[in-house]
Design a protein around this ligand. Structure first.
Ligand SMILES: Cc1cc2nc3c(=O)[nH]c(=O)nc-3n(C[C@H](O)[C@H](O)[C@H](O)COP(=O)(O)O)c2cc1C
Length: 348
């Protein structure tokens, strides 16, 4: 199946929950939550896409690099990945994706599809226990090759969920701290809340696995995560789904990365739609990126194969973008790959 057919099938299966637009930019679906959109006006989702579009790249072709030798491999949490592109955690298939997939089908498609592309998936958590459980079960079946991300639940609950991740042998574990205010969790009697730096330190100390703090958008909070012992952060506004009018993640990435990248891994997500977008995020200071909505479209259109196809396409585009910007490997993707960065994108 090619991408065109995959997208047509996804459009049918998603029944309007996602229109599978030519450009996935948060405009048509603004405010559609439940659904695939961004919260409120949809500005935070749009800002992710716009911030990346505003970053231009320097064309460089006077070099000896050849496409077959471009190396996108990355070592992350002790595993070698084919490319710096992971699947973002996503849940709520019944209410966000119109039931196009069950929670179990989604977890299977994304964990296996990412592995077939030579990379890893993160899996999510939500008000229905099946959401965390199905991701974790799939990770367990694949010898721990995946990363569960836990909601900022009551601390005792978080400890229990971390223990389950450890039992499944997960590669790492994390928390989407930016989900600290989401209503459906409270409605389901599983309240979430922000964590104090002390609480975060205790949570991380409980984990024998590398710990990822997902949903960092400011330098001060990146420093708190680093001081609390996090192995990694994800610079992310949750795909624009938790607070309207935040900046795009690409706008804040460089400042954050400049402060903490010496001490921890910096991941980023939000609006990454092409291999060139991956290159831009890396030039702005990310070690790797996460992909959200395009993989849900992939899974709705063609299950595990759809996830693999979308990821492999992004990996291929990244190689092409590296060739054309003179980058033989990921360590060669430096800030000078980016050109004409607008003032809104805060450089370190
Ligand atoms: C339908 C949907 C469900 C999501 N569920 C979760 C989740 O359970 N846990 C989490 O950490 N992030 C969740 N996210 C946020 C993604 O992990 C990611 O940060 C975001 O989608 C990246 O932006 P992109 O979709 O533009 O690539 C969800 C996003 C969407 C669109």
């Amino acid at each position: 199946m090619d991408l065109k057919e995959l997208r047509q099938r996804a459009r049918e299966k998603l029944k309007g929950c996602c229109r599978v637009c030519p450009e996935c930019n948060g405009r048509a679906c603004a405010g559609e939550m439940p659904g695939m959109g961004g919260i409120g006006t949809g500005a935070a989702f749009r800002h992710n896409v716009e911030a990346l579009a505003a970053v231009h790249v320097n064309l460089r072709t006077l070099h000896g690099i050849r496409i077959d030798s471009v190396d996108t491999r990355l070592n992350l949490f002790g595993r070698e990945l084919s490319c710096p592109i992971l699947a973002a955690p996503m849940t709520g298939m019944a209410f966000n994706a119109g039931g196009a997939l069950t929670e179990e089908e989604w977890a299977g498609a994304v964990v296996k599809g990412a592995l077939a592309a030579g990379t890893l998936a993160m899996t999510g958590d939500g008000p229905d226990p099946v959401m965390y459980r199905s991701g974790l079960a799939e990770i367990g079946h694949r010898g721990g090759l995946g990363i569960p991300i836990i909601k900022p639940r009551a601390n005792e609950e978080v400890y229990r969920y971390i223990d389950l991740a450890q039992e499944a042998g997960a590669a790492a574990v994390g928390m989407d701290i930016d989900a600290a205010g989401i209503i459906p969790m409270a409605r389901a009697g599983q309240p979430v809340s922000p964590k104090t730096p002390g609480e975060l330190r205790e949570i991380i100390a409980h984990s024998a696995l590398p710990f990822i703090v997902k949903g960092i958008m400011t330098v001060d909070e990146a420093e708190i995560a680093a001081e609390a012992g996090a192995a990694a952060i994800v610079v992310s506004n949750h795909g624009g789904r938790v607070l309207d009018h935040t900046p795009g993640s690409a706008e804040v990435l460089t400042k954050i990365s400049a402060k903490v990248r010496d001490h921890m891994i910096v991941l980023a997500d939000g609006g990454v739609r092409s291999g060139l977008d991956v290159l831009k995020m890396l030039a702005l200071g990310a070690d790797a990126v996460l992909i959200g909505r395009p993989l849900l479209i992939g899974a709705a259109g063609a299950g595990e194969e759809g996830v693999t196809l979308v990821l492999k396409t992004l990996g291929k585009e990244l190689k092409e973008a590296m060739l054309m910007t003179g980058c033989a490997g990921l360590s060669g993707i430096k800030a000078d790959v980016a050109a004409g960065v607008p003032a809104a994108v805060q450089l370190g």
